[in-house]
Design a protein around this ligand. Structure first.
Ligand code: SAH
Ligand code: SF4
Length: 368
């Protein structure tokens, strides 16, 4: 299925500042420097995050001169919807452009209950355009690094999707394009703005940050004001295999990664998720299952087996070319083994196979 959405959020390249990228204290400072009262910052945040104002003229609580001043200095919306693709399974993929014509993606995934009602709606959002990490299995990686997203560009993905779909997102996963912990300041600020008492867009416990394993930043995140749930892209149980498919593993080996994960758990008491793409003959042996069990038992956790999304459109070479998905029976055997050791396991189906849902696929074709 394909649907082109008329662009209601078209933005022109702008030299204005992004108001949603300001922390509360910065907004207060700005207003006070301009001779305004502090409580105006609360009103502005309420208008943007609760009432979802997209234009300063909608902020009728504010005096006219202030609306005018803000409109001269700031933009409210900083990304633009380019394309929307609806899958037969209910997932929707969104392609956005940034003001500088770089592209990012977000994917909406509805989870239905037995009666077919949407019980949980998850939005997978990007934290970068492209990614510098270059994992062998990832289409986004082949784009290389384009840009770190600002807090406003991260948050806009949620606001625009909610408005487009007329639905409330109740689960956010930072699993789109980019490595969130290599855009640490902006990502943490975006999470703070979303989870803050004043905005209450979504609780930090409903936000999952997925990382390829930047160990020192995992420790730092444990001490941030709103630590999110943590997902680790593990994908291998030995350093040798991990180094081969995830170059970042050469900087942070399994031992330093696992120490950081344990540290995160001890400080946040939130279960860790391990993501694992089973690749035929690469990371799916009985010995891998045994090592995976040990890793997963170190702190309370669960293991998500993710099906390998085809990346042949990137014309893979070398290691990437060798990667094929494991046969389902082998994945089921590893999952059963882990479950027999009381480890929670989910074997995921892929969403949106019919809409080029492999992360990075739409952006990649646009860039070209
Ligand atoms: N950079 C972060 C978050 C974005 S990637 C990270 O690596 O964790 C989000 C998830 O998608 C990661 O678990 C990643 O390993 C997975 N992924 C990447 N390419 C994939 C593919 N071709 N098929 C299935 N999952 C993939
Ligand atoms: Fe970057 Fe994550 Fe893709 Fe690796 S899997 S290249 S870290 S987006």
């Amino acid at each position: 299925m394909f649907e082109y959405s008329e662009n209601r959020f078209q933005i022109k390249p702008s030299v204005k500042k992004q108001i949603k990228s300001l922390a509360y204290d910065e907004l207060v400072d700005y207003l006070q420097a301009a001779g305004e009262e502090k409580y105006r910052a609360d009103q502005i945040l309420h208008e943007i995050f609760v009432n979802r104002a997209t234009d300063f003229s909608q902020m009728t609580q504010l005096p006219k001169h202030l609306r005018k001043m803000l409109a001269e200095v700031f933009d409210i919306t900083s990304i633009s919807l380019e394309e929307k693709r609806v899958s037969a399974d209910g997932s929707v993929k969104f392609l956005f452009s940034l003001a500088d014509r770089k592209f990012i993606e977000a994917v909406y995934m509805p989870w239905a209950n037995d009666d077919g009602e949407v019980e949980r709606s998850t939005l997978c959002i990007s934290t970068m355009s492209g990614c510098p990490v270059g994992c062998a299995f990832c289409a986004t990686g082949t784009l290389g690094f384009k840009k770190n997203l600002s807090p406003s560009e991260i948050i806009d993905q949620i606001f625009i999707v909610e408005q487009e779909l007329g639905t409330k997102i109740n689960n956010i996963v930072l699993m789109g394009m980019g490595e969130p912990l290599l855009n640490y300041e902006n990502v943490v600020r975006a999470i703070s703005l979303l989870a803050d008492e004043k905005t209450k867009v979504i609780s930090r416990r409903k936000i999952t940050l997925s990382t390829s394993g930047i160990a020192p930043r995992i420790r730092e995140l444990a001490h941030s004001k709103f630590p999110p749930k943590l997902a680790i892209s593990l994908h291998a149980t030995t350093n040798g295999t991990r180094n081969k498919i995830m170059p970042i593993a050469q900087s942070f080996d399994l031992s330093s990664l696992m120490d950081a994960v344990e540290y995160y758990y001890r400080h946040t008491k939130m279960k860790i998720t391990y993501e694992y793409i089973p690749f035929d003959g690469i990371n799916d042996s009985a010995e891998d299952a045994e090592r995976l069990r040990k890793i997963a038992q170190r702190v309370p956790s669960r293991v998500n087996f993710i099906p390998f999304n085809d990346i042949s459109f990137t014309k893979p070479q070398g290691v990437s070319f060798e990667l094929k998905p494991s046969p389902p029976e082998r994945v089921a055997r590893i999952a059963d083994y882990l479950r027999s050791h009381k480890i929670a396991v989910i074997v995921r189906d892929s969403f949106g196979r019919d809409i080029e849902a492999a992360c990075g696929q739409l952006a990649l074709s646009r860039e070209k």
